[in-house]
Design a binder for this molecule. Structure first.
Ligand SMILES: Cc1ncc(COP(=O)(O)O)c(C=O)c1O
Length: 412
């Protein structure tokens, strides 16, 4: 039997199911892809489950946290705080202070005001904090799903302002500027666009180095490696990347000012997305005005992105599998969730092997930006459990126990 079916039968649906072996395969591929040119920085926001973080940690140079709670998660997963970076646009005073007091490795500064605040906190704590300045480029090549460039943004210092802003930040007494960080676009499946983006980064890093005169020891390349979420989309041909990207990195590292620069690829979805599925049970069948409607126990409350509600302009069906009836006759269905709003639709006009009440549907590529990127408390349905499969064994790694029903169910 498909392990996802037995997981769903054992733990109930909705269920997030993660495969640690598949995740490890992807970590292994990425670690070997570019030789020693890059370390890996995993963005915890993609999937912060502790059991998942523990699988990932041994492969990393750094965890990137975007809240102090994520810093704490990284440490709980066994990471030395010195190997944690902390990025994010609205870090609270207390978050910065707590992270520094724990011995945070690198604080990623998003703007000059934050730099001044961080310097003052570091001085009060009697330390000098290593920092990276995040820079927001003017340009992102075509092919990135969402870009943060060339518009007013809360992320980083605008490229056109670095000459004015960087010297002041570099001079702050509580901070040691050790490098730069760029993350400007997400979910790209085009190797040429990724390489072109890295060349843009390298050029900006050169200018930032010339302005500050530092010899960077850290450069973060927010990689934007994408996934094929929609039917018919080709995956990112990662094997094509080294030939395109390595010359960019080698040329940069050949310059004396960059000889000591440790480059990190910072990413999340490409690593964990394919290692997870959301499993949802079909609750009921209904015919409505010519459409075969199937209501499911997961909706956008459990998976905002799969319902095309996470930054998608035109709703498009993700890939779904009917894992309990894979060989059934194909029909066309509208899949809805359990929420009392007409926008709770998972798919429209999707062709699937016959979908019957009681069947279990799997949504692939759900290991990133799934559970914790969804408004799970809306309408108080029980939050999905999470399971991790490792070496053929399933472990309950649920962190979501909110809204469980009270007491025993009647035996009817
Ligand atoms: C600073 C930063 N780094 C890395 C990531 C990870 O992006 P992805 O999961 O698309 O690789 C994000 C995502 O928003 C981010 O904001």
């Amino acid at each position: 039997m498909d392990w996802r079916v037995s997981a769903a039968r054992t733990y109930g649906t909705p269920l997030y199911a993660y495969d640690a072996d598949l995740l490890t395969d992807r970590l292994r591929i990425l670690s070997g892809l570019f030789g020693d040119r890059f370390g890996i920085s995993y963005a915890i926001k993609a999937n912060p489950n502790l059991a998942v973080l523990r699988v990932i940690r041994p492969w990393l140079d750094t965890f990137d946290a975007s809240s102090h709670a994520e810093v704490e998660r990284a440490v709980a997963a066994g990471m030395d705080p010195a190997h944690v970076t902390f990025s994010g646009p609205a870090k609270r005073h207390e978050e910065i202070a707590r992270a520094m007091a724990m011995g945070l490795g690198e604080l990623v500064l998003e703007h000059a005001d934050e730099a001044r605040q961080a310097s003052a906190i570091a001085q009060r704590l009697g330390r000098v904090q290593d920092v990276l300045v995040r820079i927001n480029p003017m340009r992102v090549p075509r092919g990135f799903g969402a870009s943060m460039a060339a518009t007013p943004s809360q992320f980083g210092i605008d490229e056109e302002d670095i000459a004015a802003e960087l010297p002041g930040i570099a001079a702050l007494p509580g901070l040691r500027l050790i490098g730069f960080h760029i993350y400007s676009g997400t979910n790209c499946r085009d190797p040429n666009a990724i390489a072109e983006n890295f060349a843009i980064f390298a050029d900006i890093f050169r200018r930032a180095q010339a302005i500050t005169g530092i010899r960077p020891t850290r450069l973060v390349f927010g990689s934007g490696f994408g996934l094929n979420y929609l039917p018919g989309e080709a995956p990112l041909d990662h094997e094509a990347l080294p030939a395109l990207v390595n010359p960019v990195i080698d040329a940069l590292r050949a310059e004396p000012a960059f000889r000591d620069a440790r480059c990190n690829l910072e990413l999340g979805r490409w690593l964990v997305g394919p290692a997870g599925w959301l499993l949802t049970g079909v609750v009921s069948a209904k015919q409505s005005r010519g459409a075969a409607v199937r209501t499911c126990d997961a909706g956008f409350n459990n998976h905002l992105a799969a319902a095309s509600m996470m930054g998608t302009v035109i709703p498009r069906n993700w890939v779904f599998e009917n894992v309990t009836n894979p060989d059934g006759p194909v029909g066309r269905y509208t899949l809805t969730g359990p929420l009392c709003t007409s926008i709770d639709r998972l798919a429209h006009g999707i062709d699937l092997p016959e979908v019957r009440p009681g069947d279990i549907l799997a949504i692939p590529n759900s290991g990133a930006y799934g559970l914790t990127a969804s408004p799970t408390r809306f309408i108080s349905h029980p939050e999905p459990r999470e399971v991790l499969r490792q070496g053929g064994q399933l472990a309950d790694v649920s962190e979501s126990a909110l809204n469980r029903w009270q007491g025993e169910a009647p035996d009817v």
